[in-house]
Design a protein around this ligand. Structure first.
Ligand SMILES: NC(=O)c1ccc[n+]([C@@H]2O[C@H](COP(=O)([O-])OP(=O)(O)OC[C@H]3O[C@@H](n4cnc5c(N)ncnc54)[C@H](O)[C@@H]3O)[C@@H](O)[C@H]2O)c1
Length: 306
């Protein structure tokens, strides 16, 4: 069996490629190298340097592929507000191209990386998949658009698709500027230098931080599940405030950093918490890494790389 990971050198894609490599004879990574987090070096993993918007090249790369994990995207929320057409071009056209190549090559499963950004500021918690779509950025629109293509290709052609809505993913090789969980890398960076940990607003805003290996595992489970044409939340099912996060990281890094509160950012939601019961029911997903364990792993990673 052959698997293909679009964006397989990215923050999440590299973990998927590594996790699935023992399960498949060959893992193809399709990446345009625009935002490489880590190069995966394994005997059965190979790079095809291509842009997913190039339908001809993407179609060729999908030859004989059984399962596709589609992670490639423009992921910068702020950039999407500055350059909405760039975001639309990459995420909408790119995802359509992936759907077309999957259909033409009779792919048996297409797992799409969507985002909890589609919920915007949710009205009730925990957030389940039935909550209304309230995009607050062009990025959120483009991610939802991808979900709609997944549904359309299922309904039209019987393509077996699943959309996973990730919450705030964190882990090794994540860049500090990442809108989802870059705060964790930034806090670690500052804590190890005893520099202040800067919090926007009162710090009581919460996020559902999910460790990147749990997200990779959710992809593996989705690929082997019989379920199709569904959207599934992938989070930890727990909420952590930014104040708690700062305290945990400060303690772990044995840091003397002060914790400073600045002006709130208007774009920041007050709460985020995933309802993950659907994920358990549909793909048997259960997060394995709690926030304290995930932060401990990260501290070790930063210790090894800095
Ligand atoms: N990181 C998070 O917390 C988070 C949360 C929700 C959803 N997501 C979704 O998960 C997916 C992966 O996110 P990430 O954080 O790993 O991003 P990333 O930027 O680290 O990885 C994306 C990868 O795709 C590649 N790429 C981008 N555009 C491409 C194109 N047109 N053709 C080929 N390759 C292209 C980049 O080079 C990179 O290797 C994205 O679809 C994102 O929307 C991420």
């Amino acid at each position: 069996m052959i698997a293909l990971v679009t964006g397989g050198y990215g923050f999440i894609g590299n973990q998927i490629a590594e996790l699935i490599s023992p399960e498949y004879a060959e893992v193809r990574i399709l990446d345009n190298l625009s935002n490489v987090a880590r190069v995966v070096r394994l005997p059965n993993v190979r790079l095809i340097k291509t842009d997913i918007r190039d339908i001809g090249a993407t179609n060729e790369a999908f030859d004989d592929v059984d399962v596709v994990f589609h992670t490639a995207a423009q992921v910068d929320v702020v950039a999407s507000t500055r350059e909405p057409f760039v975001d639309m071009d990459n995420n909408v056209k790119g995802t359509l191209s992936v759907c077309e190549a999957a259909r033409r090559n009779d792919v048996s499963k297409l797992v799409y990386s969507s985002s909890a950004a589609v919920y915007g500021n949710a009205a009730s918690f925990p957030i389940d998949e039935a909550q209304p779509i309230r995009p607050l950025s062009p990025y959120a629109v483009s991610k939802h658009c991808g979900e709609l293509y997944m549904a359309a290709y299922h309904n039209l052609y019987g393509l077996s698709t699943l959309s996973l809505r990730y919450f705030n993913v964190y882990g090794p090789y994540q860049r500090p500027e990442n809108a989802y969980s870059g705060v964790i890398s930034t806090f670690f960076y500052n804590a190890t230098r005893n520099a202040p940990l800067q919090i926007h607003g009162d710090g009581n805003q919460t996020r559902d931080f999910v460790y990147v290996t749990d997200v990779a595992n959710a992809n593996l489970l989705a690929a082997s599940s019989d379920a199709a044409n569904a959207v599934v939340n992938i989070g930890s099912g727990r909420e952590t405030s930014i104040n708690e996060l700062a305290m945990m990281i400060k303690k772990m890094a044995l840091s003397d950093s002060s914790i400073a509160h600045g002006a709130p950012r208007i774009s920041d939601g007050r709460r985020s918490l995933a309802d993950i019961r659907n994920a358990k029911r549909i793909i048997n997903y259960e997060p394995k890494i709690r926030i304290d364990g995930g932060l401990a792993k990260l501290r070790q990673f930063f210790g090894d790389t800095r």
